[in-house]
Design a binder for this molecule. Structure first.
Ligand code: CUA
Length: 176
């Protein structure tokens, strides 16, 4: 009786292990057959000196085609810029990277959530439906100051945002 029960459980555990190993093999083959569509690399040692992520280029910009692009850099233990302005109801493209270790951020309770890895540019596009202010904490443990690493995102009505952008005002909300 006990032997039969033992055997039944051995079979169940065997099946579970088999299924898990099968999942690893299938996903491994899937990912090697279909690598991620885009991987963008950047040299973290020179990104502050030249190129897209120099300080003057960080923050929110309205491109000539009318797209809203936010560029930001994460480092121990802050985001640059620490306060970001975006319009409500318009697609916003984030482009971010890290200079030292792996960081990440999430914007309030929205679906904006990304990892920032030194050497890589992370990009995603999202739309903030409502105006208001969100906290933007770093959500990857990055060292002893991790829990003090926060930014803010201010979502403005799109008319107000566009008016600011057209006047050529700096699109950020950093208190000075
Ligand atoms: Cu940066 Cu945690």
């Amino acid at each position: 009786m006990a032997v039969a029960a033992e055997r039944r459980w051995a079979i169940v555990v065997g099946i579970i292990i088999f299924v898990l190993v099968l999942m690893m093999i299938v996903t491994g083959i899937h990912w090697s057959a279909m690598p991620p569509s885009r991987v963008e690399t950047i040299d973290p040692r020179t990104l502050h000196v030249s190129g897209e992520f120099v300080e003057a280029n960080l923050g929110t910009t309205l491109t000539a085609e009318g797209k809203v692009v936010v560029r930001l850099v994460a480092q121990q233990y802050s985001f640059e810029p620490p306060c970001i302005v975006v319009p409500a109801g318009m697609p916003v493209t984030f482009r971010g990277t890290a200079t030292d270790v792996v960081h990440g951020f999430v914007v309030g309770t929205t679906n904006a959530n990304v990892m920032l890895i030194p050497g890589f540019v992370a990009t995603f596009t999202t739309t903030f439906p409502k105006t208001g202010e969100h906290l933007m904490p770093c959500h990857e443990y990055c060292g002893t100051g991790h829990e003090t690493m926060w930014g803010r995102v201010q979502v403005l009505p799109s008319e107000e945002f566009m008016a600011k952008a057209k006047r050529g005002e700096r699109l950020n909300c950093v208190r000075r």
